[in-house]
Ligand binder design. Structure first.
Ligand SMILES: Nc1ncnc2c1ncn2[C@@H]1O[C@H](COP(=O)(O)OP(=O)(O)O)[C@@H](O)[C@H]1O
Ligand SMILES: [Mg+2]
Length: 372
């Protein structure tokens, strides 16, 4: 992720800064520990020595002073006296460490969530799939306007493609559909319900979102497709994998569906990871599906397999597809060309080619590129 954005240097700087701060406070704690422990030890040893010296002098003294028993008892008392102090010092140290851990935990818990349920938020009823933007204006926290009066209506089952240059606002549009942020003005409606009035949980649980890098966790392929969806049987999982054309490559692995993959799925190619996430999405069966450059990191050969899987996955769902490679989206019901937060062109592939505008330029440039 870091490498793909060529941010290594900046991230290294940030990391170094953080580690320096951490090192300094750790050194403080260590210093305290190393001063406290030995000084308590030294003091107790010195007192013990002192007691022996004095005691033996008194024992040998002419005034008949003390017996051996008294001396032994006294030294035992001395160590009894120092033990609790030692314990207290150690306890104080553990307490400091524990407090600093606790602080981290509370910092994480206290982290403000971007979007909260409004008072009296209702549960989103089962979604049919109509998505509507009405005059949506949006800016991130810095106040700059990113989306400028966006209007569109996607009917249930339609596939919408969003294309445009980097930074145009494509990801921002789909972020608003999932309500990762609240709109600045205007309304986003799903099935004619204003999504700012429903609970975030009930909304997002009905959406499928796929990003460029699909999430794979350590476990079997079966678990990865099922993804906590425990009510689905093994047969359901296999059927989903077949539908998106993932079955063949899975069966070629030594353990089939029970092959263990590690976190980030490094044994799998980008295309294979994507096929697994397609199967996962199909099994979850959301009415609205969002693919944000989900097919970007895939070679052309895998893409042909993916295209078939994708077609099955999209069937009967409202989908929003952001793709660089225009071959992925030619069959979309509507293509929107977005630049600087505005929809400049919209229509089917043929209509936009006819228009000879930005989309047609983009298409022709990719087409030329392929021919070379
Ligand atoms: N979390 C954020 N905070 C502030 N600005 C953002 C954030 N995410 C994106 N932007 C800005 O919003 C604009 C649109 O970004 P984005 O929707 O990600 O574009 P695209 O997906 O079309 O490449 C860019 O100018 C980007 O810098
Ligand atoms: Mg984006």
């Amino acid at each position: 992720m870091t490498q793909s954005f060529t941010r290594e240097d900046r991230n290294t700087d940030i990391f170094n800064q953080l580690s320096r701060g951490y090192r300094e406070s750790w050194m403080r704690a260590v210093k305290f520990n190393f001063l406290m422990g030995p000084s308590v030890d030294i003091i107790s040893t010195v007192t013990a020595a002192f007691v022996y010296v004095l005691g033996i002098q008194w024992m040998l003294g002419t005034d008949g002073g003390i017996t051996v028993g008294v001396l032994v008892a006294f030294t035992a008392y001395i160590s009894r006296f120092w033990n609790p102090i030692n314990t207290l010092a150690n306890f104080y140290n553990s307490l400091l460490t524990a407090i600093s851990y606790l602080e981290r935990i509370f910092e994480t818990i206290d982290e403000e969530v971007q979007v909260k349920d409004v008072e009296g938020a209702v549960v989103m009823p089962p979604i049919a799939g109509k998505v509507q933007f009405k005059d949506v204006v949006f800016g991130y926290e810095d106040g700059q306007i990113i989306l400028d009066h966006i209007n569109f209506t996607a009917n249930p089952g339609e596939s919408f493609a969003i294309v445009g240059p980097t930074g145009a606002g494509k990801t921002t549009i789909v972020n608003l559909i999932c309500r990762f942020y609240n709109v600045t003005s205007g309304v986003v409606c799903i099935d004619d319900v204003d999504i700012s009035k429903v609970t975030v949980r009930s909304l997002r649980s009905q959406m499928g979102i796929m990003m460029q890098d699909s999430f794979i966790f350590a476990g079997t392929i079966m678990d990865n497709i099922r993804y906590g969806n425990m009510k689905e049987s093994d047969e359901d999982v296999i059927r989903a994998a077949r539908t998106v054309c993932a079955h063949d490559f899975i069966m070629k692995m030594e353990g089939g569906y029970h092959t263990q993959v590690n976190e980030r799925g490094s044994r799998l190619s980008a295309g294979q990871r994507q096929l697994i996430s397609f199967a996962r999405a199909l099994l979850a069966d959301p009415r609205i599906l969002i693919l944000d450059e989900a097919t970007s990191s895939i070679d052309t050969e895998t893409e042909i397999v993916l295209q078939r899987g994708l077609k099955e996955l999209l069937k009967g769902r409202t989908s929003f597809i952001i793709a660089h490679r225009l071959s992925t989206i030619q069959n979309a019901d509507c293509i929107m060309y977005v630049d600087r937060g505005r929809i400049l062109e919209r229509g089917t592939h043929e209509e936009l080619l006819e228009l000879k505008g930005e989309y047609s330029n983009l298409y022709l440039s990719q087409f030329d590129f392929l021919k070379k």
